[in-house]
Ligand binder design. Structure first.
Ligand code: ZN
Length: 347
């Protein structure tokens, strides 16, 4: 009693004397044994002045929980583990629910909830939490590894939350990683990629190069022009330019990873609203783009494609592509092999 501190007086129904009266809310330092170790922590309790000396204290259930939480946090601090508040902070920095953070780390769904309120985490779990603290790249790695833990579209939602956190971590690096990730299964030169591996420097340069020469360049048309550039290059010298892999889509050839592609940080892509209120991605030339990564041969190929399709509307280039063997000879969703792509009509 002497070593405790009065916080405030509260008028309440006292369970000790079963009357409404004023009781004192107090704190003191207490000691408890946790995981075989004695720790000192701050304990809060009520004091009733009307009761007998040996039974004049009580706690509400809420107080008991908070006291235990304080005791566990004291243990955590003593042992260099993250406190429950620090775990909450890490989770909130990603804007994730307890269940989603647990899934992200590949743990049981209730694990984070327990660490934030009850149990003390093991050191291995503590290490994993520290790994993702301020490191969204690491969080994305965990997401890849534990993708199957997320139902339906949840994974996409969680991914976008992690991506939001990257500002200070080199967006360019990350947007590249996203696209490279989609090309993980095309790490060998083959008929699917025109016998070149994905080259993002060349891809960005080629897109900006096309945009320099084609006004009103929107996504659908750009995708077709990239395919024609890769197909023409392959036809001429047996190698594509960008290393993109294209699928048969109802709108013609569409590269794998086209969403990530349009997100590449070095590209100047702006959302614009069309007359019928559709969102359209308008591609502009990028300031300061380095075109030296493209060989003269590759630039000549791009020039031919630009000359041919410059004034085509999106629908016209789609219709034109629909006549190609690459389109008629493949089924929806199938990868268009360059052995077929090289059969494009002369232009
Ligand atoms: Zn009382």
């Amino acid at each position: 009693m002497e070593t405790s501190t009065l916080i405030k007086k509260v008028h309440m129904n006292c369970p000790l004397c079963d009357k409404m009266h004023e009781v004192e809310e107090r704190t003191r330092l207490a000691t408890i044994a946790l995981k075989g170790d004695k720790v000192t922590y701050e304990e809060r309790f009520y004091f009733c002045a009307n009761a007998d000396d040996d039974e004049n204290e009580f706690e509400t259930g809420l107080m008991t929980n908070e006291n235990l939480l304080n005791a566990r946090n004291a243990y955590r601090i003593k042992h260099g583990l993250l406190t429950s508040n620090e775990i909450v902070d890490i989770r909130e920095s990603y804007g994730l629910s307890q269940v989603d953070l647990a899934r992200l780390l590949g743990w049981g769904e209730a694990t984070i909830s327990r660490y934030e309120s009850k149990a003390i985490q093991d050191e291995a779990y503590d290490t994993m939490l520290r790994l993702i603290k301020d490191n969204p790249l690491q969080a994305l790695e965990f997401l890849k590894k534990n993708a199957d833990k997320f139902p339906g579209l949840k994974r996409v939602e969680v991914k976008s939350k992690i991506v939001e956190k990257l500002d200070s971590y080199g967006k360019e690096y990350l947007t590249r990683q996203a696209l490279e990730g989609e090309y993980a299964s095309f790490e060998e030169p083959c008929d699917s990629n025109g016998f070149v591996l994905l080259d993002i420097d060349k891809l960005e340069a080629a897109i900006s190069y096309i945009a320099e020469n084609v006004s009103n360049l929107f996504k659908v048309k750009l995708m077709k022009m990239l395919w024609y550039a890769d197909a023409l290059s392959y036809k001429k010298c047996g190698l594509a330019i960008t290393g993109l892999v294209y699928r048969h889509n109802e709108m013609g050839a569409l590269p794998i990873g086209h969403y990530s592609l349009m997100n590449l940080e070095k590209l100047d892509v702006r959302e614009e609203i069309s007359l019928n209120y559709d969102t359209m991605l308008h591609v502009y030339p990028s300031e300061g783009m380095n075109y030296d990564v493209l060989s003269n041969k590759e630039k000549a190929v791009l020039d031919s494609v630009i000359k041919k399709f410059k004034n085509y509307k999106a629908q016209e280039i789609v219709n034109y592509m629909h006549e190609e063997k690459a389109y008629t000879g493949t089924n929806p969703g199938e990868i268009i092999p360059f052995s077929l792509a090289k059969e494009i009509r002369d232009f």
